[in-house]
Design a protein around this ligand. Sequence first.
Ligand code: ADP
Ligand code: ZN
Length: 728
Amino acid sequence: MTHNDSSLAALLKEHFGFEQFRPLQKEIIRSVLEGKETFALLPTGGGKSLCYQLPALTDEGLTLVISPLIALMKDQVDGLNAAGIPATFLNSSLSRPEAAERMRGLWGGAYKLLYVAPERLMMPDFLSNLDQWNVNRFAVDEAHCISEWGHDFRPEYRKLGALRERFPKAQFLALTATATSRVRDDIIKGLHFSEPQTFVGSFNRPNLSYSVRPRQDGDGLALALTRRHRGESGIVYCFSRAATENLARFLKDNGVSSKPYHAGLSDEERRQTQDDFIKDNVDVICATVAFGMGIDKPNVRFVMHYHLPRNIEGYYQETGRAGRDGLPSECVLLFSASDEIKYRRLWKDKASEQERKVAIDQLLAMSHFAESTDCRRAGLLNYFDEHFDEIPCGGCDNCLSPRAKMDGTVIAQKLMSCVFRVREHSGFSVGLRHLIEVLTGANTEKIRQWGHQALSTYGIGKEYSRDAWMDFGRELMRKGLLSQDADQYNTIQMTERGNQFLKEKETIALTEPPVKSGAAIARTLAAGDEYDHALFETIRGLRKQLADEQGVPAYTIFSDVALRQMAAYYPVDLQSFSKISGVGRVKLDSYGPSFVETIKTFLDVNPRQNYNHPQTDSKPVRERDASRPGETVFKTVRMFNDGLDLHSIAQTREIGMQTVEQHLAKAVIADLELRDHAWFTQEEADTMEKAFTELGDDRLAPIRESLNESVTYLQLQIYRAMRRKTSK
Ligand code: ADP
Ligand code: ZN
């Protein structure tokens, strides 16, 4: 069967609800449909799964997906089933009867996709079953697991090559997000590929923004970041178990829903935490690097590194867990030079000399990245040998607020002669901190003890703060004029290059100390949220409710992209709802009516905002007469007046909690008879009144924000309704 562009596009919309292919998806799918050996390298979030899911729908046989992570199989299959695609998985998490049921389905040809782990696949019985199940395609996901050079080597993957001979007619497809060429070669060899069609996407993640902040008051920075993303998912990576525990507690004490995750917890605790994160029961996970491998959550809105990652590969991979759904997401790294020293100490006598050297080189590359004043995106991509020159990139701190350069000649001379004088006077070298204390004329015990207040360089650097001097010192090290001796208590030495600089009276440019506050950068980076936040909250609640009823993660119902579109275009009939990203045929039927109903009811009570999204093609929605409640509102009101609580009403009527709330708000506006109910305390009413007086009552989102989100949208809606009524 041949497929042209428009028939592929139609399949994409019908089954997955998407309007457009992501880069290279179509090319990869074509190659797969033509039966060629195919090798796809796309970054995380590039949409690799679709490259075998869509072809599976077009032909007769079964697509076998080999995947290393049991936890991910279930999520993927849940997602496919929600879209009406017949898929299943077999693994050790299933009970006997469950497994038997699925086997029956497989014998009966009921599925288009089957997910298995390689251990099961290679069992002899299983292989002979496959002969009968008409497997026409093997998709090897996370194919880098085949390589010992990869970050996630799985010995069982080694055996997959043998499948080629066992199933000569089947087609093979390998997918990975690993960028290094060594791993790529291993995959091609390991799967016995001869001349695969290879597709390499750019590893740039345009929707991720990168910034680095000095780690002063790290807890405060973490709290500010999580507050800015209230109600959204994020991960904070920390160096140690204790740090994850402390930070999670601190955030929790400050009202942020968060939990720690590290290897010291029991399997059960870890599983539970992961599940809570996936199901949106917990927003922020403070984790060691152990967290994230088994997680495919598309709507992680920020990743913070509280401590320095040990290398750039790790940093890229961990930040890569943000924003798989393509929405703007933030990656914030907190930098302190002390982290570098901590690692050096940790590695001091542990690894072999060679290993230690490699590790330290990688660490230095990482801290250079952190301290660099050049485009972060370019820095990352260059590290993976990808050229990037769209600078300024528009999404990193250095491009958004470039740090100015200044003549640093005198600064360098002062610092370097201080190194020289100390050594001359005392006969030993000292660390950067002590040098800076001498330069800034501090009166410390060591200075007195060593007589350093008598040096000619004592107090000659008072025009800059100590933090600024630290930055200068480190920049001079990066530039090779000074060096730090890891084995000698990190003391500072003059290099060959440094001596030459002084002797030849050279000049040098250094980066000006920072002045701009971090919050300003963060605000620029957080752009791109043009939608009705009140409606978003409402339909997000509906999504969570539906997801919990079905025991699946919320994102398998609709992505955040879909929700934001709904909250910007207000689709109030199924026709316009079908235009939303992620709404295919099956989801339109199963979820369309409840979302449309919720949005309609929302609009009865709230004014419609206007957002100029260029890509919208949904028609403007007719403003409804907000003063006339319909029969559905009356039904809710009757039940409410009969004494039912909101939850029971939602359950009995099979509508969302949010819809019930909206109905009641509408009843208040329309002045219907309602039984007494304490919608808010006097104190809450007072604060709302103050905010409405100050900010006007057109839009609720800014009001709620000004009240630090201490009241709900429902409370605001009802209060506004009552207020408008009395002022009429
Ligand atoms: P990867 O495995 O490459 O990290 P996924 O296959 O998990 O990426 O896809 C990431 C997200 O992008 C998923 O939420 C998926 O539904 C979505 N997605 C994939 N293809 C498209 C597309 N063509 N248009 C919109 N969203 C897409
Ligand atoms: Zn940049």
